[in-house]
Design a protein around this ligand. Sequence first.
Ligand SMILES: *Cc1c(COP(=O)(O)O)cnc(C)c1O
Length: 377
Amino acid sequence: MNLFDVYTLFDVIPVKGQGCHVWDDKGTEYLDLYGGHAVISIGHTHPHYVKAVTDQLNKIGFYSNSVINPLQSKLAEKLGKLSGLTDYSLFLCNSGAEANENALKLASFHTGRSKVVAFRHSFHGRTSGAVAVTDNPKIVSPFNACHQVCWANLNDKDSVWSYLSAGDVAAVIIEGVQGVGGINIPTPQFLADLREMCDKTGTQLVLDEIQSGYGRTGKFFAYQHSDIKPDIVTLAKGIANGFPVGAIMVNPKFEPVKGRLGTTFGGNYLGMAAAIAVAEVYEDEKLEKNSAEIGKYLLDSIKTIAKGSDKIKDVRGVGLMIGIEFHEPMAEIRKKLLFEKHIFTGVAGANMIRLLPPLCLTKDEADRFLTAFKEVI
Ligand SMILES: *Cc1c(COP(=O)(O)O)cnc(C)c1O
């Protein structure tokens, strides 16, 4: 059987990882500024993480959500502390798309409404509801498009109010920082406006922090650069450093009706052991602070390089979530970074290189990229 060929692949076979470094099957070392798409948060094969997951596998690998699993409550307590949302509740699932599905479902149940406001250039995942609120016609089928989605523009209060004012919208869903759409950052004022408009109309504010959360922007959640609190926050990617875990944090006003949400694998022992280990390393190694500091250094340095280059249109980002936008497609530059300089980077559209390194990136590693990047462009 062949693989269903839906991914654009680079000709690299990683077989080993450590920290911000990956080795391929020929022994070549790469600097990883992509983190397997913002997933590797604490670094590859962190010893505390490896031990926690293997120890757990030796104890018990799986049981169902019909019994008590104390690891789930332990994770909830840790995430409450890290996020400051101590009075919120945690529901566990397996991926980002699934987290958003559950958030939208909960908002719809809570309000009895079926419309959702989403933003242009959004990405929220590929399952039916999540892809319906994703602004990309290439991946939204006619079946997905049956959902009642209203499209607003980021940082444009009036475009949101034109829908919310009718009082029939269940939720507004917004990324903490738009990732796939090109590192577009909602202003603190816009988030405050959203909060106010949602409060006025009984609309639930859902913050998708799947990519921008867990320290990526130098705060635990990207929305914490503002003063608001969302009704529901969704999490995945960096939460378990590569073990598939998704989660939603819900405001105490939501009633946990038995059977309303559920999943077979969500909250499983191995995922919980992985996620707890990530939370421990995140705190111990002060990764949030590192993300803010190295992120600022990297962003400022890239901006300086950009000033001397007519190829670069804009550099923007926050923490270790950085987009370098070129006037023209950058595929060749990215290929050179990978095959000549041995540096993994991500993309956001044809013209943007997106950096999403592990949060433990050091200044030396940042410098290695800066030198290579200068040479390549
Ligand atoms: C990756 C991502 C998702 C989807 O997560 P999956 O785990 O791939 O389902 C949703 N929202 C944002 C902002 C993402 O970056």
